[in-house]
Design a protein around this ligand. Sequence first.
Ligand code: UDP
Length: 460
Amino acid sequence: MENQIDTQMQRRKGRRLVLFPLPFQGHINPMLLLATILHSKGFSITIIHTNFNSLNPSHYPNFTFHSIPEGLLESEASSSDLVALIKLLNIKCTDPFRDCMDKLLSDASEEPISCLISDSLFYFTQAVAENLKLPRVVLRTGGLSSFVVFAAFPLLRERGYLPIHDSQLEELVAELPPLKVKDLPVISSVDSDSYYEIVAGMVNGSKASSGIIWNSFEELEQSELNTLRQEFPIPIFPIGPFHKYHLTSSSSSLLAQDQSSISWLDKQAPKSVIYASFGSLAALSEAQFLEIAWGLANSNQPFLWVVRPGLVRGSEWLEPLPSGFLETLNGRAHIIKWAPQLEVLAHPAVGAFWTHNGWNSTLESICEGVPMICMPFFADQKVNAKYVSQIWKVGLQLENGLDRLEIERYIKRLMVEKEGEELRDRISKLKEKAKFCLEQGGSSLQNLDSLVSHISKLDS
Ligand code: UDP
């Protein structure tokens, strides 16, 4: 048996995978974790990355890195219009990516390449791969639930749900219960046509690929998995949660993680702290930022708050806070620029996560059994928040805008009242399921085996 496994590994050792992450934190993290998982299965790994939000190869000595000059102007790279940026990356990366792939494919000194694994939002890579006659497998870094909604966009447009009209926000989307129109994964304030274009690129490019990998697990999104398996004629592999495989992996953080958060947490009572963080892209007005600050302060709970530079529009960092704000809290608050989030969520002092419900954050919170206060900003975050609060029932969604009194009330409901205990019980059960799917015979490990054998057959 052992010999058989060795031979299999040996065979795969002669195979290389090329991975291409979308250059944003919530996409880089899962792609690098996936690389680590597939490397542990015997594949050699090459990562292609853009100069924009460039990766640090020294963190991954086992992988080969190639950087491509996507040629973004400084003004484009710093734009807050995410949709325009993703669209532009799909245009500007095409030539340099194809040149890089050409070189890799013709390099006889390297192992043959089995397939390309690229982010679903790098939809241009489907045509490049087809031209090169190289199979492409997609990594979708969001959940299955929101993908089902993205795949329904043509229907939602036909039936008049999209574009969204303010008068319809509270209407139920009959085709996708319990979602209401306000939960649909749109980005307000951007050009809708461009947004529909990238959603269509993601969905159609995924459908045309040789398979889709998901950082999720069957027990969490079973009915959405069934829907996608019916609608998509290609193999689908939910093999998450990626960060819970027992593998040593380096940090792929673009910002330095402030370790002082852990020593501060060490001094707090068990399950007493609210951890508040809104991910790498969301932005707030100064007025919203102040409501959050006062809501947290008035809750009387200790809190660890990530205020990323750039979180508050028009401010460098904490300038909008009234002077002396932190001092009056007598050590009850710790504010940092970026956290070691996985360690924070796993810390026994953390009792709740006030999150924007990016998929990684949502999954990370589930895996540690930490109930959530949900405050989605845009796109798939809105669907994730609805699933957390209404389907899995492991969090409370702030529904009525940002108001300090409302925030204080929600924190009490979660941290002090019986309702909070119920949410905590339910998320502990989900945590167990997440753990189980990575144990022997668990669904994600079985799906990983299927993925490995699928990839191994792609180039034969
Ligand atoms: N993250 C982190 N430190 C922080 C905040 C976030 O390391 O202070 C990580 C977090 O663990 C997650 C990723 O950044 O893996 C954010 O991804 P997510 O999908 O939650 O949100 P996005 O940033 O894409 O909106």
